[in-house]
Design a protein around this ligand. Sequence first.
Ligand code: SF4
Length: 266
Amino acid sequence: MKGLIFSVKRYSIHDGPGIRVTFFMKGCPLSCWWCHNPEGISPDPESVEQIEKVGEMEFIVPKQAGEYYSPGEILVILEKEKIFIEESKGGVTFSGGEPMLQPEFLLEALRKCKSAGYHTAVDTSGYSQPENFHSIIPFTDLFLFDIKHLDNLKHLNFTGVSNELIMSNLRLLLESGKDIMIRIPVIPGINDDKEHLESLRDFILKNKSRNLKKINLLPYHRIGSSKYKKFQVPYRMDGVEVPSPSRMKELKQYFEETGIKVKIGG
Ligand code: SF4
């Protein structure tokens, strides 16, 4: 069995504790307006033209986004970084795209990583059948779980899917006792109005539990915008400004009122 992965990030420090290797799995059922990984959305390998510079000369080089890895190959990559992972109390993170879109591979990879002694994390949009979460819970130490919008119609408009399944999976994970970090992308004009921030804070207060370890506020950025042309996907965020550091600081203080640790960024 193999999983389709579009990027492997070594020495990652934003996807869970310590130094980690993050595997970005290809395919996502959402299509968020602000997504900075458009190459992660299609569940198939894609060829793209990349511009490479040699001195002043530019060359168009064909590249493939998406390669197949077996769970055994995942372990081989981890073994090479083992010393950094162990020293820093890090681990492995499966991100995307949406890792839960390849549930059999994810389960097998997590099972193998866990039995080799690695701390395991899954970074998810939450949009998957509950049975997929039930099967990976025993092999996952930490869930990084996105909340994008609590208003269902707005969620549907800006991500392409309803948030009902997502919110019910979040409750399932909160009850599972596994560590959870809630990740909130801060998207100006889309989910950062006073009313929505208030409902987010109230939701967190109501559902606060011992295993809810942290809130990560992820400021919108434009880093992925240039990729959209390459993947022939329309970019819908033109004109949206990135939130200022002082605005992010203000939001951090606001969410700290829940009593949960808040971090700006991953
Ligand atoms: S859930 Fe994540 S990977 Fe999927 S479209 Fe949204 S931002 Fe992109």
